[in-house]
Ligand binder design. Structure first.
Ligand code: 2U9
Length: 361
């Protein structure tokens, strides 16, 4: 190719590249302007400034230019690239701010809305029964006494007039840790320990707590349950004191119009022993499904402390006497709240437990 011709060709080429560059710049700027979001903007960046973009292509084509034209064209390409990049960045900032503003607007908090109720727990129905009984007795001058759940055979049985081999032990079979250590079958050992510690002084205590018996669990039996036992010891404590106390308890737990009935019974630790019924709180005594047609509901056992029990703890049965009673907390709660299966108390199902939230006694 003759030199002149080559020169003309090159001028044409430069002119053509400059034109193309301007056009590309205009196009890119227009698309940046039109980008509605960061994704669209990024697409523009990749399309025009990316490795496979037209500006890169132009740079690659600079080999065709003369040594003179090449740096000029290089500088021009860089200017365009810098300009497009700068406009892109400005637009990116605008779009980012818009995105944040939109997010803030869509997530705005209406401070006038009522707050969400915080779910607070409620007392377990057994705790409620126990606390109610505790409150009543504390009000009558009793103290609350507690003791170990893993107990010595001596305090659980022997000190309560149940020597080894006594047939009544069968009714309170337990979980044995060793020959002499077991899970307590009632809270009576707390009373036995208190008597031993008080060394002949008068006593007025109630003893709530967990007790354990070897039993097959069903709707009305559990190998673990809660008891509340009471013990009063002093001079001239009589059966009438026991009767008056139990009457107060029955009325407090099941309504002021309850009547009580004491039936003779047997416990090795009390003599005489009784079982107490209350007049049915549902039918008032006429007979219904709750009282199984009898008009009476069995509530607890009680009696006058056996002279052997007094003696074993160092009290003189000729000088002092006492009464005691025992209540199963589950039985009271089942009757009071109409619970048909004792196992509901232990399974921690909130559908069951939350029903007691507003049932104040
Ligand atoms: C001492 C002396 C006497 C506690 C008593 C009962 C009667 C009784 C049952 C009620 C339902 C156990 O939970 S239950 O199965 N209890 O019938 N308890 S007299 O007599 C005592 C306790 C301690 C030193």
């Amino acid at each position: 190719m003759p030199f002149e011709q080559a020169g003309i060709y090159m001028i044409k080429e430069v002119f053509y590249m400059e034109e193309q560059l301007k056009q590309l710049e205009q196009e890119a700027l227009a698309k940046i302007e039109a980008a509605a979001n960061l994704k669209e903007l990024n697409d523009v960046r990749v399309a025009y400034l990316g490795k496979k973009g037209p500006i890169t292509d132009l740079l690659k084509g600079m080999g065709k230019l003369s040594a003179e034209e090449r740096p000029k064209m290089g500088a021009l390409v860089n200017t365009v690239r810098e300009n497009v990049t700068a406009v892109l960045e400005t637009k990116a900032t605008v779009l980012e701010e818009a995105a944040i503003a939109e997010k803030l607007a869509s997530e705005s908090i209406d401070v006038t809305l009522p707050g969400r109720a915080i779910k607070v727990g409620n007392r377990h129905p057994l705790t409620r029964v126990i606390e109610e009984i505790e409150d009543l007795f504390v009000g009558m001058g009793y103290e609350i006494a507690e003791g170990p759940e893993v107990e010595k055979d001596y305090y659980n049985f022997e000190a309560l007039n149940l020597p080894k081999g006594h047939p009544a032990r069968d009714m309170q079979d337990s979980f044995y840790i060793s020959e002499e250590i077991l899970l307590r079958t009632h809270t009576s050992p707390v009373q036995a320990r208190t008597m031993e510690a008080k060394k002949g002084e008068s006593i007025r205590i109630i003893c709530p707590g967990k007790v354990f018996r070897r039993d097959n669990d069903d709707a009305t039996h559990s190998h673990q349950f809660m008891q509340i036992e009471g013990l009063v010891i002093g001079e001239n404590i009589r059966m009438s004191d026991l009767k008056g106390t139990l009457d107060t308890l029955a009325k407090k737990m099941f309504g002021a119009d309850r009547e009580i009935r004491l039936r003779p019974s047997f416990f090795p630790f009390t003599e005489p022993s009784v079982e107490m019924d209350i007049s049915c709180f549902k039918c008032g005594g006429a007979g219904c499904n709750v009282c199984k047609g009898t008009g009476w509901i069995e509530i607890l056992g009680a009696g006058m402390v056996h002279p052997n029990v007094l003696e074993m703890a160092g009290y003189d049965p000729k000088k002092v006497s006492g009464f005691a009673f025992g209540i199963g907390a589950e039985r009271i709660a089942m009757l009071k709240y109409g619970v048909d299966d004792i196992r509901h108390f232990y399974t921690s199902d909130t559908r069951f437990l939350s029903q007691f939230e507003r049932t104040e006694a």
